[in-house]
Design a protein around this ligand. Structure first.
Ligand SMILES: Cc1cc2nc3c(=O)[nH]c(=O)nc-3n(C[C@H](O)[C@H](O)[C@H](O)COP(=O)(O)O)c2cc1C
Length: 341
């Protein structure tokens, strides 16, 4: 892969919507939401990147783990790598129409499938986004997830039943989008719901359910009572509430409460296989990546998304060898060094 060429193409296609910075850290695009940035001051997006950067990895080589195993079982399916493609939708509002919505969705899910991973289709202010996401999911024989916005219960169920018909491995809702600005501006209802409402919704579904957007240990514990199969520790890439902590900062306290009781996914600011390893060590079972995958999709289609996942996977394998981890089960906080600790 010629990354310089892919980035150049992405930059040209995005125009002002994304500068394709050397490090995607939320500085240049602060406040550009709709757009690719973080909401308000951009602090939540920047906190995600900064939180991961505060952790370092302890180098250990006096062991015999020379072929690390990155495989895992997620939602009852075997995956080659614990690195998933997060739902990223809306090329018109967010990406200056850099590519068509169909091409973006196809590149993200197709790239994930090609890399032995899992993609997620998203929902947005235009019904077109969900339609395209669901069609993409069907084209890849359901090898992915569909994440609805936190709409009225009947609308969530309609979309998630369609995702189930498309064969989705899991379905979910980005509950953190309860006040997301682009839905509000488009006059689309989104709102919060209590545990009892989620319990009723989840009971009417036949696939594992994901609650995306948990940022506190108490809500992680409440998620256990909804019947959800997984939570995503996420602040939506810093796009919904200004001034949240970074996800890597809150992940350990959440894992301390619910690890082993519910699948823990995490995203926000993951920019390499080293960051993936840090998130796993902090308590995630698998990690999701948003903007870097969208940039790869815009600059080089599904081949570039698959290649970026392969690059992160290579970095993860190398880092597992150099921190003494033979399998994902060996990854824990002993491999981490925290600045100032
Ligand atoms: C342009 C854009 C569109 C997004 N669309 C969705 C969406 O439709 N549904 C959703 O659950 N999350 C959406 N997200 C959030 C991502 O799934 C993910 O949580 C976030 O991007 C992770 O942070 P990262 O971009 O720093 O990796 C979107 C993010 C971006 C940047």
């Amino acid at each position: 892969m010629n990354w310089a060429e892919i980035k150049k193409t992405a930059r040209e296609r995005f125009g002002p919507a994304c500068r394709v910075c050397p490090v995607c850290d939320g500085r240049a695009c602060a406040g550009e939401m709709p757009g690719m940035g973080g909401v308000g001051s951009g602090a939540s997006f920047m906190s995600n990147v900064a939180a991961l950067a505060r952790y370092r990895l302890n180098l250990r080589t006096l062991h015999d783990n020379d072929t690390p195993d990155t495989r895992l079982t997620l939602f009852g399916h075997a995956l080659e790598i614990p690195i998933l493609v997060a739902p990223v939708a809306g090329t018109a509002p967010n990406m200056n129409n850099a590519v068509s919505e169909e091409d973006l969705a196809d590149a993200l899910m197709g790239g994930a499938v090609a890399a032995g991973s899992l993609g997620m289709a998203g929902d947005g202010p235009s019904p077109k986004f969900a339609e395209i996401g669901l069609a993409t999911l069907a084209r890849y024989e359901g090898r992915g997830c569909f994440i609805s916005k936190p709409r009225h219960a009947e609308d969530i169920l309609r979309l998630l039943h369609q995702a189930e018909d498309a064969g989705a491995w899991a379905v979910g809702v980005d509950i953190d989008a309860a006040g997301i600005i682009n839905m509000v501006r488009a006059g689309q209802y989104v709102g919060p719901k209590p545990v009892s409402a989620w319990r009723d919704i989840i009971a009417r579904l036949g696939r594992p359910f994901i609650l995306k957007g948990i940022m506190t240990p108490d809500e992680a514990e409440m998620a256990l009572d909804t019947g959800a199969a997984a939570i995503v520790v996420s602040n939506h890439g810093g796009r919904i509430l200004d001034h949240t902590p970074g996800t890597a900062d809150v992940l350990p306290s959440i894992a301390a409460r619910v690890k082993g009781k519910i699948t823990i996914l995490a995203d926000g600011g993951v920019r390499s296989g080293y960051d993936v390893l840090k998130m796993l060590a902090l308590g995630a079972d698998a990690v999701m990546v948003g903007r870097p995958m969208a940039i790869a999709a815009v600059g080089g289609g599904k081949e570039a998304v698959a290649a970026l996942l392969a690059q992160y996977a290579d970095q993860l394998r190398s880092a597992m060898i150099l921190t003494g981890c033979g399998s994902l089960a060996d990854v824990n906080a002993r491999i981490l060094w925290r600045d100032g600790a």
